[in-house]
Ligand binder design. Sequence first.
Ligand SMILES: [Mg+2]
Length: 292
Amino acid sequence: MNQPQNIIAIIYDFDHTLSPHYMQDHTILRHAELDPATFWPSCTDLIKEKGYDQELAYMKRMLEYDQIRSLSNQDLKSMGNLLEFFKGVPECFGELNTIFKKPKYEEFGIRLEHYVVSSGLKAILDGSVVANHVKAIFGCEFDEENGHISFPKRTISHTQKTQFLFRVNKGLLNLDQDVNDHMPEESRRVPFPQMVYVGDGPTDVPCFTLMKKNDGFALAVYNPEDQTRRSFEKCYQLTRHANRVHFMAPADYRPGSHLRLILEKHITEVADRMVDSRRQSVEGSRVPAPLP
Ligand SMILES: [Mg+2]
């Protein structure tokens, strides 16, 4: 079945893209009184010494602490209100949506959707204010036993993140749907040229690459308040030397910021192209009435 293909989608990474912190730092680690400066290196040890995947390493380390193992997914969700965001989040979601509240876009039902794909924990994001503004959140998940988090149920590594871009592309948001099923371009819910990916660093490279290869839009953000400039350096490398993204900008989502100007310009251009092509196809399909 052909899709109307009237949706533009922005997909955001979370840690250091929408928030200046790792989501675990101010939530689970603070609850368990663990210092992020020792917790994260202990995860790196597992990766280096035992060959763990990054996400399995942090989930295993968390389960080693009684104060964390005793939590439920609902407890993680209720920590979502402790998250901190970059300036302009979450207001930017609704503000960007208003761009399409114009008759020329409404005539063709053109609208914007937001998604988050993270290697952090979905439960925490589900309890955050961001959840009210996005169509779907994808992230790592713990199973539960007797009301306590137990084994990792799902992990999303940085390479697996691309699977979720295909899910948005094909409209297969339900995780029991097989994203590898063949689907012709005209049946896809959000074609890649109507997708934008916003991320912050090397872990977003597979997503940036997928976007660039398929005529989507790749945008890297950095923390302008990071005095070490590490955040800026990561972005600079991606943009200048690796040619992975179309633009880089400070992670400031407020109206009038560099990032907002780029995002608004791009999605407006995409929407105008969609309007033009729909008008042309309406014109092309019109059959003149016979002359009297
Ligand atoms: Mg990130």
